[in-house]
Design a protein around this ligand. Structure first.
Ligand SMILES: Nc1nc2c(ncn2[C@@H]2O[C@H](COP(=O)(O)OP(=O)(O)OP(=O)(O)O)[C@@H](O)[C@H]2O)c(=O)[nH]1
Ligand SMILES: [Mg+2]
Length: 228
């Protein structure tokens, strides 16, 4: 219900929302940094993160001059539909949200392994570092079965950790045959271009309806403050 309302909000703004979810230490912040750097001169981007006590996740993104909303989540870092709706409220209060093309959410996996993980995003991206794939197989987490895209991170460590990457990819494909499986490393840049193409495609596929939504939104809302 709240997730559906968030989705309607994204659609009304003409923005594509991607929700990146994983355990801690997988590489979400690094990947989002690369993603923002790659698209910052082409798209208007905002980033939302669940802030844990003592962490400053969003500092790195703020340097790009994009709207960044940090929602306090005590120690979990997990954002649900309700907390994302609070972030959207803040975005709308501070900016003209119909200027946004892409909204990126950094999210921690829900430790209760709930299957109700949608926050209203257009695409769910589940990440696992290749080391985690071995120690805690992705089959044990429902989000990997439902995700639109599975990102296997830190593939530069495969040789050192003696990990058979092809086997992990095959395993991910068996767990979720409909997902796009993207192995990558933000450290070496391997696989990054394929990820960026995938993101670009998701925004492009929505571009016609987004354009119409932005015109409609600006007709019926008084601008507060520009994104930049
Ligand atoms: N070798 C290697 N290390 C990486 C890669 N990506 C991230 N790391 C390292 O992994 C650690 C965690 O990366 P983050 O991007 O902060 O991970 P995160 O998923 O945002 O972590 P949380 O915010 O705690 O959930 C950092 O020390 C990164 O430098 C990679 O592709 N290769
Ligand atoms: Mg992080």
């Amino acid at each position: 219900m709240i997730a559906a309302r968030n989705r309607a909000q994204f659609d009304a703004w003409g923005a594509t929302c991607l929700n990146l979810t994983s355990r801690s230490g997988t590489g979400k912040t690094q990947l989002l940094e690369k993603t923002i750097a790659a698209f910052n001169d082409k798209l208007e981007i905002a980033a939302i993160s669940g802030e844990r006590t003592g962490t400053f996740e969003t500092d790195v993104w703020q340097d790009f001059g994009i709207p960044t909303i940090s929602i306090s989540t005590a120690n979990s870092g997990h954002l649900n539909a309700q907390t994302v709706s609070e972030a959207l409220f803040q975005l709308e209060r501070q900016y003209l949200p119909s200027e946004l093309d892409l909204i990126l959410i950094e999210n921690q996996e829900n430790h209760e392994f709930s299957t109700d993980f949608s926050v209203g995003e257009h695409h769910t991206i589940a990440l696992s570092s290749i080391a985690d794939c071995v120690s805690q197989p992705i089959a044990s987490s429902p989000i990997f079965r439902e995700a639109d895209c599975i990102v296997l991170t830190q593939i530069d460590r495969a040789a050192d950790l003696k990990i058979d990457l092809d086997r992990l990819i095959l395993n991910a494909r068996q767990i979720n045959p409909k997902a796009t499986i993207l192995p990558l490393s933000t450290a070496t840049g391997e696989g990054l271009a394929t990820w960026l193409n995938w993101v670009s495609l998701q925004v492009a596929l929505r571009s016609q309806s987004a354009k119409a939504a932005k015109i409609e939104y600006s007709r019926s809302n008084i601008p507060l403050r520009s994104v930049r």
